[in-house]
Design a protein around this ligand. Structure first.
Ligand code: FMN
Length: 355
């Protein structure tokens, strides 16, 4: 049983304020679905303005993480994920979204403007996959509702390289650059970097204090402690950013590699700018919704990018400067019979809407 409710599906959304009731509701439905997007620490660092059938997405800097994310990379990635969710939801609801990214140089927090058009409201257009094949709108909406960050350990079934390549293609189709890490040596070195970044952050009291405040932060945001598995030493969990313990007798990365059959993939861009972060966020969402639709589980690992030293090593030594890394993803299969992973909460719509 999920304590905070399977928000989007089981609980009706909280009512929007009165003046909004008189407006067309579909754009608000798109915003509500966009807000199901993943965000760093579930900070949901976005605001939306709805004007008729135009949506504006703003970065909400008041929800930034100054210790872990001083430049706002993860904040903008999170907004990019919401931007892609909005496009996917709009298409699935029969609208055609046209996006302008960073449309106002005088206002860099206005990340995107989305125009929705629907020439014939009675005839929803099917969404298409990047390759042009038709995509079932119901499957997209289901993926938005069912996607989760499930940090429980994956099964031992390996993720085939072709699967990772297909996910990378999806990310590239939505504007990011992406590279699966399949070479065994590169993979081993990446695991070492991930572990080194975790250890560095575990020694940073300011960062840890910031992270702690987002665990059970409120009923509307943050990460419920129920979403963070205990670190166990059996086959059910692996070390994650919200647990500090690690079995002392076996070095983390070696243990993880031995036990691990999951895939790892990097999303990045040509540089470390806001526009590239926004596109990487869109790519992250596109990849994750595809993974959800095809039974794969995704867990972002951003610490290796947040820590300067490990980010540089990842970019130069492992990626050969082919892309600037923005986020690393662990990808695997969850057990089919495993219990439901509860949805993390979301802020009510009226909290994220600008007048
Ligand atoms: C940019 C970004 C970075 C993230 N980094 C991590 C991470 O380092 N470790 C982790 O366990 N989860 C990470 N997450 C997952 C978020 O914690 C998760 O999306 C959020 O708690 C909402 O939960 P949900 O994805 O189940 O909806 C990240 C998500 C985003 C969008």
């Amino acid at each position: 049983m999920c304590p905070l409710a399977d928000t989007a599906r089981a609980t009706p959304p909280r009512p929007v304020p009165d003046p909004l009731r008189t407006r067309a509701s579909a754009p608000y439905e798109v915003v509500a679905l966009a807000c199901r997007a993943p965000s760093v620490h579930n900070t949901q660092p976005w605001r939306w303005r709805v004007e008729g059938t135009t949506l504006e997405l703003y970065a909400d800097r008041s929800r930034a993480l100054p210790a872990a994310d001083p430049h706002g990379r993860n904040l903008v990635l999170s907004c990019g994920a919401a931007l892609h969710h909005a496009q996917a939801a709009a298409s699935a609801l029969g609208w055609e979204p046209v996006v302008r990214r960073l449309p106002d140089p005088a206002d860099p927090d206005l990340l995107a403007r989305i125009h929705l058009s629907r020439p014939d409201p009675g005839a929803p257009q099917p969404a298409t996959e990047p390759g042009g094949s038709h995509l079932d709108p119901a499957a997209v909406l289901r993926a938005i509702h069912e996607r989760r960050t499930d940090r429980r350990r994956f099964t031992s079934w390996p993720v085939p390289a072709e699967r990772l390549a297909r996910l990378a293609t999806e990310a590239v189709a939505y504007g990011g650059l992406s590279e699966p890490i399949v070479d065994v040596t590169a993979r081993f070195r990446l695991e070492l970097l991930i572990s080194r970044a975790m250890s560095a952050q575990e020694g940073d009291q300011r960062l840890l204090a910031e992270q702690r405040t987002w665990i059970d932060h409120s009923r509307d945001d943050g990460i419920p402690s129920s979403s963070v598995p205990e670190v166990g030493f059996g086959p059910t969990t692996r070390r994650n950013r919200f647990t500090q313990a690690a079995r002392p007798d076996v070095p983390g990365p070696a243990r993880d590699l031995v036990e691990s059959s999951d895939g790892v993939l990097v999303i990045g861009g040509p540089d470390d700018t806001m526009e590239s972060w926004l596109r990487s966020g869109e790519a992250l969402s596109a990849l994750w919704l595809l993974a959800t639709r095809t039974g794969l589980s995704v867990v972002p690992l951003s610490q290796v990018v947040e820590t300067d030293e490990t980010r540089h090593a990842l970019q130069h030594d492992i990626l050969g400067d082919r892309l600037v890394p923005h986020v690393v993803l662990r990808i695997g299969w969850q057990e089919i019979s495993r219990s439901t992973h509860c949805a993390t909460p979301r802020r009510p719509l009226d909290d994220v809407l600008l007048p």
